[in-house]
Design a protein around this ligand. Sequence first.
Ligand code: NAD
Ligand code: DAU
Length: 352
Amino acid sequence: MSILVTGAAGFIGSNFVLDWIGAGLEDVVSLDKLTYAGNRENLASLDGCAQHRFVLGAIEDEALVSDLLASENVTAVVNFAAESHVDRSIVGPGAFIDTNVVGTFKLLDAVRRYWSGLSADRQDSFRFLHVSTDEVYGSLGPDELPFSENNPYRPNSPYAASKAASDHLVRSYGETYGLPVLITNCSNNYGPYHFPEKLIPLVIHNALRGKPLPLYGDGRQVRDWLYVKDHCGALRAVLKGGRPGQTYNVGGESERANIDVVKSVCDILDRLRPLGHNRTYADQITFVKDRPGHDRRYAIDARKLKSELGWRPLESFESGLEKTIRWNLDNSGWVERVTSGAYRDWVARHYA
Ligand code: NAD
Ligand code: DAU
């Protein structure tokens, strides 16, 4: 018996799989298409581990997914597979519709067919956990209450709209077919294996190379940051104890303006890798053109997850950020291979 984790070679998926196997839980089959955001190296420490198998493939490949579900006796699916970068969705929304909407639909449908052939007991205990985002709720004003699970969906970017569509499809499979689905809507993650196109890893990378630290617009947009391992803990709790058909919001109660996030990165780097001569990394901060349709503020009300499932984040923003920066400093080879594109050679070598 195994769980199927899709998008397992990406940022959150790989952290989830590493933590899951580390905790000695069920075996894992990792499915990933290895787009530019997928990095097989993230799971390299599991090579040779009997509890883990990596499969190169797409969630929209219904034959492959059906085969994996049956041959691996899958008891739960955790769906991380997605196009995830808002800026890319503005430049090229098509891939976001293909994977996040059509891909999720095809995955759901393969899972529904597999699930309907299971015994009643196995149907009851089966779970389809869809990992989604707080961006589906749109943007908050400065004095508005954080997003609860009852907030209306008001996505503002093609990325957020595609995730909203996928959430609706997942919900409909629960209501219509009785598939035991769970949806989580999480705030901004940061931590190890974060692709350096997103704010925090980009700023760490650029700071260390003497490049500009780009802040969009006035830099006063607010995000609610959560250390990735705390997100993984929340997902384990939802998978174990979440009520089928329910949505759980996940967040770190760590609202920060982007400018403050970047200054915090600079402060930690000033301590860990001082530039000398009274210089600071903050001198590299540069204000650039704003992101179109840029959401001003996200904040999460995670009381449902806390009260029903007893989840709590273990890291504060400060402790998580320091761990993240130390990870980047200790794993400069990983960063180098990701930014040079060399990590993609793995696919060519391994599947030659
Ligand atoms: P990521 O971009 O780092 O990883 C996505 C992974 O999915 C990659 O490994 C990629 O190769 C894979 N993938 C893409 N298309 C695929 C397909 N068609 N079939 C199989 N695999 C495919 O993303 P992430 O930041 O790890 O996010 C994972 C999930 O969590 C996404 O669904 C995202 O919407 C959600 N989420 C992310 C955050 C965040 O802050 N990063 C916050 C909340 C929710
Ligand atoms: O809220 C959850 C979402 O968080 C996830 O669903 C997305 O997958 C994930 O990418 C993230 O989306 P954001 O757009 O919030 O993350 P990003 O790191 O791209 O940007 C964070 C903030 O920083 C945002 O307000 C835009 C700003 N920004 C970003 C970049 C890359 C900058 O000011 N400069 C930059 O160069």
